[in-house]
Structures are given as structure tokens and as C-alpha cells.
Design a protein around this ligand. Sequence first.
Ligand SMILES: C[S@@+](CC[C@H](N)C(=O)[O-])C[C@H]1O[C@@H](n2cnc3c(N)ncnc32)[C@H](O)[C@@H]1O
Length: 242
Amino acid sequence: MGVQGEAAPRSEAERIRLLHPPGDEDDPKDRVHRDERRPFEYCPAGSRSALEVAIANDGVHVEPGEPSPWVVRFAPLIPTAGKVLDLACGRGRHTRFFLQRGHGVVAVDKDVSGIADLEGNPELEVLRVDLESEDVFPLSGRRFEGVVVTNYLHRPLLPDLVQAIGPGGVLIYETYAKGNQRFGSPSNPDFLLEPGELLEAVRGRLEVVAYENAMVKEPRPAILQRICAIDTREVSYMEIIT
Ligand SMILES: C[S@@+](CC[C@H](N)C(=O)[O-])C[C@H]1O[C@@H](n2cnc3c(N)ncnc32)[C@H](O)[C@@H]1O
């Protein structure tokens, strides 16, 4: 299904600004602003991450059904109206978020009942598939401006997901990491990233914008690893950051 109501493409200057949002500099005024964040407040797009705010504030709160602050933070880097793959979409918190932002979304899960209410949305393509039983990645050959994965890991898919990023596209990935065992589930090493594993997955193919491997407190204590990385085949990273 095609993307309707396309907005004007985001200029590179705008994308560059998004990589250096207000608040990235260590400005005392910014510290005051961050200190004023209240519990239950989300990180708006382009702001500091939930982890940073949690450290600064010791109290950020994230509702489970809301989009991940990591995803919210980096969503503006995805080219305007570009197609987004929400892999293992679950109840579709990120599918809904990106539809609202004007993106076409391909939502994939073995159980798509959680997004049944979105049926008929012309911007949404739903793919019900067991990602772990197929020999071939079901989206092989397709390219996306955004690939988003949260709270899901099937290691053999990592090269396919990196490959699925089109020129100028963005990978936003966040899931549990080694050490999470002490907080409960997931504790199976198959579902826990090794230190630096997402960095390794994108090495030589995508430029890393941000990476964390650390404990978060909200929505519950966990060890998370997360990355935002960009395909810079159409624009060099040096152009972006200077
Ligand atoms: C913890 S949920 C995460 C959902 C969503 N990404 C989020 O963060 O809200 C994990 C999702 O992975 C899906 N999943 C697990 N194994 C799968 C498989 N083999 N193939 C496709 N989807 C799978 C589940 O159905 C579930 O929706």
C-alpha cells in the first residue's frame, strides 16, 4: 500500500539539527530545564534519552503501552514519510506512533491480533509471520527508511535487518541485554544482547548516532541495549555532524 499525504521531504539541514538538538550542549540553563522534568514526563523527540533523564532526575516514568522514549527520541531522523518496518510489533505501540507521524508502516509479528483495530488503514501493511521458522527473511529485498525493533531478539535476523535499511535510512533498536537476568525475564541468553552486540551488527554498514548499554529503572528495572544508526550512503556522517 502506498504512502498517502506525503509531506515535503525533510531537508538535510533539518536532519542535522535533529542530531544536535537543543540540550545536547552542557548549558546550565539546560540542566535547570532537565531538573524541572517531572515523573510521568516523556522525553520529547530530540531530547535526552530516558536513561539520561532518569539519571538526572531519578524518577522518569514510562508507561508500557507508550512508545519507547528511545524510539521517540530518534524518530525525527527517519526521512519524512519514509516507510517504517516495525518488527515484532506486538500491540503496535510503535506502529501507531509512526502512523501518527505520517509514515507508512509495515508491521510484522507472528500474532497480529494486537493491531486488529488498525485493519483497513491504507498506510499500514500487516505481515503475520513466524520470523524464527522461515529459512529466508520474509522481507528480503525490501528497503525501509526506518527499521524499528523493541523488546525482541532473534540473532539470525540482525544482518537482514541492517540490510533492510535503505539509503539515508535509520535503525532504531532497543532490547534487553546481558545482566538482565538479575531483574527477571527475559533471562534466556538467546534473548539477551551481549555487550556491544548491536554495535557489531551495524559495523561497516551504518553510522552510529547513539548507543547505550545500561540499567534503566522505568517502566521497570532492566538492562537494556539500544542503538540508533544511520545509513549514510547518501549523506556522509561528517556532513551531518559538522
Ligand atoms: C515483548 S513483545 C514486543 C512488542 C513490541 N515490539 C513492543 O516493544 O511493544 C515481543 C513480540 O515479539 C513477537 N514474536 C515473538 N516471537 C516471534 C516470532 N518467532 N515471529 C514473529 N514475532 C514474534 C511476539 O508475538 C510479541 O508481539
